[in-house]
Design a protein around this ligand. Structure first.
Ligand SMILES: NC(=O)c1ccc[n+]([C@@H]2O[C@H](COP(=O)([O-])OP(=O)(O)OC[C@H]3O[C@@H](n4cnc5c(N)ncnc54)[C@H](O)[C@@H]3O)[C@@H](O)[C@H]2O)c1
Ligand SMILES: Nc1ncnc2c1ncn2[C@@H]1O[C@H](COP(=O)(O)OP(=O)(O)OP(=O)(O)O)[C@@H](O)[C@H]1O
Length: 542
């Protein structure tokens, strides 16, 4: 059988100048060949000077050639500069990395040297980073393939929360690994498609069983709680005291509160302090902007509430999100598989690891205003875990929304509105509007109309790599309203557009059992999905 090769294209590289591809490693050789071509053009112009006087077309043509040569030269120069800059950044990164590795060995962990603490009978799961690096080498041959791991991160910033004690904060390191069901793990291939001898075989599947294993001890916990709930308040008092015990028990070197930081919202700290001054050690923040500084510090997020509290916690992180352990204290729990009564066992299991997680994708959305079309600065990006909704708001007119997918026209929505949902959000508003329920780890964007005034508008599921644009046409009778996970309403005037694509920062939530089991349990218990009395066996038969 003949062999052949399939290419895939990435929309971001389509703009490459083909002429510059001859030597991808170096922009400098491109530069010299361009200089030669430009010289050749000039020579041609000089040779043909007598003809130019009479032939306007030739002059135009030579001018065009000169412009092209100039543009190509500019592009090659830019490329060369970018390469030089990249090399410089790589050099700085290597330098920083070796400095950090050195530091890791020298800087005391909570007052105790890494080597010292290890030799003083601490928990053997808490190994020094250097040992972990060696283990990682072995892990490559392990049956579970490692997809993501960060060694101990050092944010290099000083803690600005709560008065800013000037100690260098460290972040716990963990690794995520995955395996495919029904496939011998050691045969697992990293590449998505292989084209050996002309046969196409998929080696990677989108549905992965992901597990999280701590590689160093989590020390910084952030707790979010649902407001105005007495039961949540009572549990948070108990849990905060117990978390300290749990962590001390698991990681004996974290005696007392030394090294363990618990962050709570300002409201919660005030509530807890009104119970007892004991809670004075809790960390918090004053300005909401400070929350954005928490990611480099927080190892683990705990939520006490319903799905809304998980959405709230995720919305606090405008970039990467630490793993979330969600405890249910609401009526519906699609993203909160842990029962609050069993929080001790659950937290122990999480600290012990490895734990299954669901990697929930988020959508990043931004509004482009017609008025500010030419402005460099656009409105802030919004990240949603469930969905972004474009609806008619208080207007009683039909919304009229033009929808495009990667610049291809999709359709015009005439109805109450449109929901662009993640697969995690498929069981929320999208479901109520007639969208399908989708396993949260299926990568895709749900395109679900709200009350479309048409007999044939079925919901769509689009692949995760597309960009969707929803625009209010200039001839629209009314404006539309956008909301993000049911919050933060913004008005879209005629000509304004919402652009939405998959965000690079998913939200990992801990599973009770594993992703699929948890999903099925939630639709059975939460929605009583397909509940029907079983038919009697005594009746007509074939
Ligand atoms: N008609 C509807 O079903 C409708 C209308 C508006 C908003 N919502 C949903 O409410 C969400 C905001 O939640 P909230 O708690 O802040 O508001 P909320 O307090 O109004 O609660 C909305 C309900 O949706 C449930 N929910 C949230 N996310 C879910 C998910 N991924 N799967 C299944 N159920 C989920 C919550 O548990 C809650 O019961 C929005 O993102 C939207 O999906 C639904
Ligand atoms: N830490 C928080 N700070 C401010 N608002 C929050 C916080 N946690 C949750 N909320 C908001 O409170 C509302 C209710 O929260 P949540 O959905 O968790 O509880 P619930 O309504 O009791 O749950 P369920 O709908 O499952 O019964 C949501 O709109 C959510 O955005």
């Amino acid at each position: 059988m003949s062999t052949y090769k399939l290419n895939y294209t990435d929309s971001f590289v389509n703009g490459d100048a083909n002429g510059l591809r001859s030597n991808p490693e170096s922009g400098f050789s491109d530069l010299s060949s361009l200089a030669q071509s430009e010289k050749a053009v000039q020579e041609l112009l000089i040779q043909q000077t007598p003809m130019q006087a009479t032939d306007d077309h030739l002059i135009e043509f030579s001018e065009a050639l000169r412009t092209v040569a100039k543009a190509l030269r500019g592009s090659a120069e830019g490329k060369a500069l970018a390469q030089a800059e990249a090399a410089e950044w790589k050099r700085r990164y290597e330098l920083e990395r070796s400095k950090n590795l050195e530091l890791l060995h020298k800087v005391p962990l909570n007052g105790v040297h890494a080597e010292e603490s290890h030799s003083h009978g601490m928990d053997h799961s808490a190994k020094s980073p250097r040992l972990r690096v060696q283990e990682n080498g072995k892990l490559g041959r392990h049956s579970m393939e490692r997809i993501c791991s960060h060694e101990v991160l050092q944010d290099g910033e000083y803690n600005s929360c709560n008065g800013g004690n000037n100690k260098l904060k460290r972040k716990a390191s963990f690794k995520l690994s995955w395996g495919c069901k029904g496939q011998a793990n050691d045969q697992h291939k990293k590449e998505i498609v292989s084209f050996e001898r002309g046969n196409i075989t998929t080696a990677d599947r989108s549905s992965k069983q992901i597990s999280l294993t701590w590689e160093s001890n989590p020390q910084n916990v952030l707790i979010f709680t649902k407001p105005n709930s007495t039961s949540v308040r009572v549990l948070s008092v108990e849990m905060v005291s117990n978390i300290i015990f749990l962590f001390c028990f698991h990681f004996r070197w974290l005696r007392e509160h030394k090294g363990l930081d618990i962050y709570v919202e300002p409201r919660v700290k005030a509530e807890l302090l009104s119970e007892s001054s004991y809670f004075d050690f809790l960390q918090t923040w004053e300005d909401d902007k400070e929350i954005s500084l928490l990611h480099p510090k927080v190892d683990l997020v705990i939520t006490l509430g319903g799905d809304g509290t998980v959405l709230w916690a995720a919305s606090m992180f405008k970039g990467p999100v630490p793993p979330i352990v969600p405890f249910s204290m609401g009526s519906l729990g699609f993203m909160t598989p842990f029962h609050s009564e069993q929080y001790r066992e659950c937290l122990e299991a999480v600290l012990r690891g490895p734990i299954s997680i669901t990697l929930r994708h988020r959508l990043q959305c931004h509004i482009i205003r017609d008025k500010a079309r030419h402005d460099y600065e656009t409105e802030e990006n919004m990240l949603v875990l469930n969905e972004v909704t474009i609806d008619r708001g208080i207007s009683s007119y039909l919304t009229n929304l033009e929808c495009y997918c990667d610049n291809s026209f999709v359709t015009c929505v005439q109805g109450d509105g449109l929901i662009l949902s993640t697969t995690s959000g498929s069981t929320a508003y999208s479901l109520a509007a007639g969208g399908s329920m989708v396993h949260p780890q299926v990568p895709g964007i749900l395109f679900t109309p709200i009350c479309p005034h048409s007999l044939s508008f079925r919901p769509l599921i689009l692949p995760d790599h597309v960009t969707v644009r929803v625009q209010v046409p200039f001839n629209s009778r009314s404006s539309a309203w956008v909301s993000f996970d049911g919050k933060g309403r913004k008005q879209l005037e005629a000509g304004d557009a919402l652009v939405c694509s998959m965000a690079p920062w998913p939200v990992s939530t801990a599973c009770q059992v594993e992703s699929t089991n948890d999903f099925l349990r939630s639709i059975h218990d939460g929605l009583h999905w397909n509940l029907r009395k079983t038919q009697n066996s005594d009746g007509p038969r074939d």
